[in-house]
Design a protein around this ligand. Structure first.
Ligand code: AMP
Length: 505
């Protein structure tokens, strides 16, 4: 099938040809005819499938009729991150080159003035992150009752970032008669509920089974020690071992992105860093430098995991095993795009075995180890079995330093919390520091009060804690003590409550 059969306007078709698109991708084939006809669409598709064009092209066709009015945009696209929003704006630039549509990009981290000016002049298309859109709305700079087409992109990512209450609020501000195009890579129950609530008799189109990795990506695992310096060394060895053109290196925590970035720089790698705490200009500059080959490596948090279209990433390195298995699929989806070959390698420490199992379960496949298959003992208790428990001892030693971290296998819980904190900070940045609490139970459950007192009951962490030798103070021989003087009553110390005057009635 060619683009000319999808109901797109001649102007749009000419831009599609100029962009070099020859045949529509499956999501475009399925979604565009419904969207052009004005029907609601529920699209289940990952990034890299051409889903952006599957809503941009019909929007361009439909927006050819009518004009924008001041402060009353005609269409609204919501994106979870600034990068994705900027990327969609680029699609409008390329594919809308035959149209005189005004596009306003409303994202955090940049000044309001330019955005206000665009809205004042009248925008045909608003592409926004939810927080910034609501900021404009609350400042009275924007009316949403002229919206004819509404796109929610990456809905499951919105859920992860705690944006669902904002999305619901925005949907309620839109006219009932609008058209809604709703895209998500996966359909967890919360997203299904949202779709049921805000879509009217949608055409459901699905192009890939949920959360599967592209078959063109070679996936490998590499055993790594827990000790951070040794783990960084293992990463460098891996990066040198493999012939890498360019790569994104994912860490679970922003702090580690910074540490890894500086360390790789010191070791002579051409590297940049990308995480949610950086200001927008820095983020875009780093991405551009990576896209045009000025830097070969990008140390990144999950802010880079979804939707970023960097067409030619040869490798993905997971410095950390992601806590949420779906994040693995999104991370490695940055390579092997548009049918190209891709390679994704992940460092796995002994305490990552449980998270690894969850990933393999989601993928419904075992990932191959670079240095030989897993032994049964490793399978049972993490690969300390292979290294005589060296990692476990090292980890306890490290964690006791400073006395802040729990003493035994609490690694999982702590990493969970920190990762959620990382996402939380990204959310705050997205919202210009305005919203601190989402009210989303999924988000709020990751609060630091979980630290410390939760003990694993199964898995490698449990095995580690039950095998741990008793603490030194319990096994040390009692030392002879000098005789103490015999104490009368409570001795010198009288508790304060006993000194209080007693009122006799
Ligand atoms: P997306 O899934 O929207 O992030 O798109 C992934 C990449 O595929 C982008 O670089 C698009 O420009 C490109 N693309 C989208 N549709 C087509 C098509 N029909 N033919 C070739 N490339 C496409």
């Amino acid at each position: 099938m060619s683009f000319s059969h999808l109901g797109l306007s001649p102007k749009v078709l000419s831009a599609v040809t100029a962009a070099g698109f020859e045949t529509p991708t499956p999501i475009q084939n399925q979604a565009i005819p419904h969207a052009v006809a004005g029907r609601d669409v529920l699209g289940i598709a990952q990034t890299g499938t051409g889903k952006t064009a599957s809503f941009v092209l019909p929007m361009l066709t439909r927006l050819e009729r009518g004009r924008a009015r001041a402060r009353m945009p005609r269409s609204l696209i919501l994106e979870p991150t600034r990068e994705l929003a900027a990327q969609v704006a680029e699609h409008f630039e390329t594919l809308g080159k035959n149209h005189k549509l005004t596009v306003a990009l409303l994202i955090g981290g940049v000044s309001y003035e330019d955005q206000d000016r665009k809205l004042d002049r009248g925008a045909d298309v608003v592409i926004a992150t939810p927080g910034r859109l609501l900021d404009h709305f609350e400042r009275g700079k924007l009316l949403l009752n002229g919206i004819e087409i509404h796109v929610v992109d990456e809905a499951d990512r919105m859920l992860d970032m705690g944006f669902i209450p904002d999305i619901e609020r925005i949907c309620k501000l839109l006219p009932f008669t609008r058209q809604t195009l709703f895209f998500s890579a996966t359909m967890p129950p919360e997203i299904q509920r949202l779709a049921d609530k805000f879509l009217h008799n949608p055409a459901r189109v699905e192009v890939a089974p949920q959360a599967t990795a592209a078959a063109t990506i070679v996936q490998r695992l590499k055993r790594a020690p827990d000790d951070p310096a040794a783990k960084r060394e293992a990463l460098r060895a891996l990066m040198r071992e493999i012939d890498v053109k360019n790569a994104i290196i994912f860490c679970n925590r922003k702090k580690d992105v910074g540490i890894l970035f500086r360390s790789l720089q010191r070791h002579g790698f051409s590297v940049g860093a990308l995480h949610g705490d950086m200001d927008q200009r820095q983020r875009m500059a780093t991405l551009d430098a990576f896209r045009n080959g000025q830097i070969a490596f990008l140390a990144a948090s999950d802010v880079a995991a979804r939707g970023l279209d960097i067409p030619d990433v040869s490798h993905i390195f997971n410095y950390d095993v992601p806590i949420h298995p779906e994040d693995y699929v999104h991370r490695i989806g940055r390579t092997g795009r548009a049918g190209r070959e891709g390679y994704a390698a992940m460092l796995v420490t002994p305490r990552d075995m449980k998270a690894l199992k969850a990933i393999e379960k989601l993928l419904r496949q075992d990932i191959e180890w670079i240095d030989g298959p897993q032994t049964e003992a490793e399978d049972a208790e993490g690969f300390d079995a292979r290294s005589n428990g060296r990692h476990r001892r090292g980890r306890r030693g490290n964690r006791n330093k400073g006395g802040q971290a729990p003493q035994d296998g609490h690694g999982n819980v702590q990493r969970h919390d920190t990762q959620a904190q990382d996402k939380g900070e990204e959310r705050r940045t997205e919202h210009s520091g305005r919203r601190e609490k989402s009210g989303d139970p999924k988000r709020d459950q990751h609060k630091p009060h979980h630290h410390g007192d939760r003990k694993p009951t199964h898995g490698p962490q449990a095995a580690a804690s039950s095998e741990r030798p008793a603490p030194a103070r319990a096994t040390a021989k009692p030392q002879p003590q000098p005789p103490r003087p015999k104490q009368q009553g409570m001795g010198d110390h009288v508790p304060a409550f006993m000194m209080r005057p007693v009122r006799v009635t």
